[in-house]
Ligand binder design. Structure first.
Ligand SMILES: [Zn+2]
Length: 168
């Protein structure tokens, strides 16, 4: 018995973002603020449509660039971290960790629905954004979605999402 499946993968030079963050680790320690030049790869698996493609490259590239643009030149803050309190005010956002405090203009940060702004959880968040846009905008329901986020050269996290049962 044979089977086959298709996927497309994009990683464009403009699917990058430069952002600042700090993560907690080791049960309540917190890194100092610092930045990365992140790079993102997306892979979409699914059936071929009437055009004989999974999703067209241009649309996929566009939505990926849109997503990464939201994060570019921002401080990335976790909404759900037990040790970092993030408070939104009219014009600014304040994050606190113990006695440390970061206050930034609203437009210069992004509060993400994650527990920590690790490359792993950024990859998961980006995947959810890609999946939402694929469905809403292009009517594409992938069988599998893979997002990789590189934080530093040679240092990359990978997140995979599957429809239904996990596929091998
Ligand atoms: Zn970092």
């Amino acid at each position: 018995m044979a089977s086959e499946r298709w996927s497309v993968r994009v990683a464009k030079d403009d699917a990058v973002f430069a952002a600042a963050h700090f993560i907690t680790y080791g049960g309540g320690q917190c890194e100092p603020i610092h930045g990365h030049n992140y790079r993102v790869w997306v892979e979409v698996w699914g059936e071929l449509d009437e055009n004989h493609y999974v999703v067209d490259f241009i649309s996929l590239k566009q939505l990926l660039v849109e997503i990464t643009r939201q994060l570019n030149h921002r401080l990335l803050l976790p909404r759900d971290n037990p040790w970092i309190q993030v408070q939104e005010r009219e014009h600014e956002v304040e994050a606190r960790f113990g006695g440390r405090r970061w206050v930034v203009p609203r437009g210069e940060c992004v509060i993400l629905p994650v527990s920590n702004t690790t490359a792993e959880l950024l990859a998961k968040w980006i995947a959810s954004q890609v999946r939402q846009r694929l469905g809403e905008r292009l009517g594409v329901e992938p069988d599998r979605l893979v997002v990789e986020v590189e934080e530093n050269v040679g240092q990359r996290a990978r997140y995979e999402w599957f429809r239904g049962e996990r596929q091998v």
